[in-house]
Write a protein that binds this ligand. Structure first.
Ligand code: NAP
Length: 529
């Protein structure tokens, strides 16, 4: 609003009445990389390493043992790198920072940071309120003389509440930038932050972030909602705030600087979810197929919270993991008959009517790789395990006309599933006495960190093809054994990609770039070792 009023002011300006020129508005990127270090050398060293990727840096001077002693190095750095836009921050301890000096010392460091070349300085609202009017006027005059803009910030390290009041406290100082940072405890907290940005960004340069893993949505979508920029860490392990993600992740994985109002938002929901490969796989596919969409990991503690986000953000669709696959069923407007029979839905799509529609793409994840290699109708397939993943396999394969046998550690569970799905339950000891066209492992045996390598004895492997749903490691002990025996194999990664490819088709109506999806997921798993 202040900007518009300035532009449309009808009062003619005479030379005498012209206001003093404000500091030229810095040209900013969408991503500001926050740098900290305990010594000047460490801080400038870190800044040097991020320069090839980012020219917009925040220097957390409060992290230095001697902030004042770092200013010379900062000045030198900024005069050597004139294309860098820098924010200087020296937050005091009571307000979440690391600086244990008094207000006067903080103002002094910030002013010197401006004189050293920082184009913006960050003053927490508590300090602005504590300062005497004359002290603040002098500080602001100093900033103006140095050509630096003032950002006033509010931080809540425990929750997301009262953001509008926080913004009003800041706006009372008429700063160049309003920064409101809270802590997300739920996914819905992101909505509060995004609303604040939307409501206020027409009249001011606003930065809004919810910290914490649940707050990732606000970090990625803040600029799309109108935020001046968002913060990132230079590297994993160098975060200056909880939940901060690396600049590379924000730029390359979530394409923060390309998101706009037309971008469709998708999510993968679960808990834990941080290590899910779905965002990498789907974001790669969106980019490859020029689909204006982004997928975010959503840490869900309660289904209601997820549903609020889905409706109000809104989300175009969600990939759901256990135990949400069953919990979500009563909230669907409709689902396909197979999903209904399986009793688990791993894919949500929001219809044009705003209602949720459910699909089970795990079925395609099992069926598609198998039907490429064998005729399913009339084939004999044994499924080891009777949990969630087994359900999709058993129902899907029975529907394709296969004769399906279930072997499970807890035999009664196998019997119950067999009855529901029109399959047959076998006891473990019957495994060796039968020959199968394919064996599918749906137990976690063989997974990295699992105590048991194989889901059955080596001598019980009586099948022409072996399909292991476990995909970490890429080559499980079961697949290794099968290869040594010269058997055909299907890896869990193929299932993961196929179920994801079907999701992509449901969400976009386009064929999925399967080869690209497989390549990127394989590479990520190899890197994880
Ligand atoms: P779940 O519902 O917990 O079921 C696990 C099944 O494995 C149960 O039948 C359980 O038997 C059995 N089991 C567990 N530990 C065992 C052991 N030490 N020995 C023998 N049987 C054991 O899990 P889920 O959701 O079905 O997932 C199972 C596996 O599939 C996981 O490793 C998951 O990562 C993988 N998965 C992969 C994909 C993919 O895209 N590739 C998709 C979904 C799942 P009881 O009934 O006796 O407990």
């Amino acid at each position: 609003m202040r900007q518009l009023m300035t532009m449309h002011s009808s009062a003619p300006n005479t030379v005498d009445s012209l206001p003093a020129l404000a500091a030229p508005r810095p040209r900013l990127g969408k991503l500001c990389v926050a740098i900290q270090g305990v010594t000047a050398a460490e801080m400038m060293g870190r800044a040097e390493t991020v320069l090839k990727d980012s020219k917009f840096l925040e220097f957390r001077l409060d992290a230095c043992h001697k902030p004042a002693a770092t200013l010379n190095a900062l000045k030198e750095f900024l005069s050597e790198h004139r294309d860098v836009t820098a924010i200087g921050t020296c937050r005091r301890k009571p307000f979440g920072g690391m600086f244990d000096g008094a207000l006067t010392a903080e103002l002094d460091v910030l002013l010197k940071a401006a004189e050293a070349g920082c184009r913006i300085v960050d003053l927490e609202v508590e300090s602005a309120e504590e300062a005497k009017p004359a002290q603040l006027d002098k500080f602001r005059a100093g900033l103006q003389a140095a050509g630096a803009a003032l950002l006033v910030s509010f931080h809540d390290f425990s929750r997301t509440k009262g953001l509008a009041q926080a913004a009003e406290r800041i706006e009372a100082f008429e700063p160049d930038f309003v920064k409101v940072v809270s802590t997300a405890r739920t996914l819905s907290d992101n909505l509060e932050v995004l609303r604040l940005i939307e409501d206020r960004s027409l009249g001011a340069q606003v930065v809004g972030i919810a910290m914490g893993e649940e707050g990732l949505v606000s970090r990625v979508l803040g600029p799309r909602a109108g935020a001046a920029f968002t913060f990132a860490s230079p590297d994993d392990g160098a975060e200056t705030a909880p939940g901060q993600v690396t600049a590379r992740t924000l730029r390359d994985l979530y394409r923060v600087d390309q998101l706009d109002q037309a971008t469709r938002i998708f999510g993968v929901a679960g808990n834990p979810i941080a290590h899910s490969l779905s965002p990498l796989m789907h974001n790669t596919a969106f980019r490859r197929e020029s689909v204006n969409a982004v997928m975010l990991p959503l840490k869900v503690r309660a289904l209601d919270d997820l549903l609020t986000l889905v409706r109000q953000l809104p989300l175009g669709g969600v990939a759901v993991t256990m135990p949400l696959k069953q919990e979500v069923l009563p909230h669907l407007a409709n689902m396909d008959p197979l999903t209904s029979r399986i009793g688990a839905c791993n894919t949500l799509r929001t219809g044009a009517d705003g209602k949720l529609y459910g699909f089970n793409t795990d079925v395609a994840g099992v069926v598609r790789p198998l039907e490429k290699r064998m005729r399913l109708r009339g084939s004999r397939i044994v499924v080891l395990g009777a949990g969630g993943a087994a359900r999709a396999a058993v129902f899907g394969l029975v529907e394709q006309g296969a004769e399906v046998f279930i072997v499970n550690r807890t035999h009664e569970t196998a019997v119950a599933l067999a009855k529901q799905a029109k399959a047959k339950a076998l006891k473990l000891e019957q495994l060796a006495k039968n020959q199968f066209d394919a064996l599918i492992n749906t137990t976690p045996c063989g997974m990295a960190g699992s105590k048991q390598a194989l889901p059955m004895k080596e001598s019980e492997l009586n099948a022409g093809l072996v399909f292991d749903m476990v995909y970490n490691p890429l080559e499980t002990p079961l697949l290794k054994l099968a290869k040594e025996r010269g058997l055909a194999v299907v890896s869990g990664i193929e299932m993961f990609v196929q179920q994801g490819a079907r999701q992509f088709e449901i969400w976009t109506g386009k064929p999925a770039p399967e080869a690209e999806m497989l390549k990127v997921v394989e590479l990520a798993l190899r890197r994880r070792g």
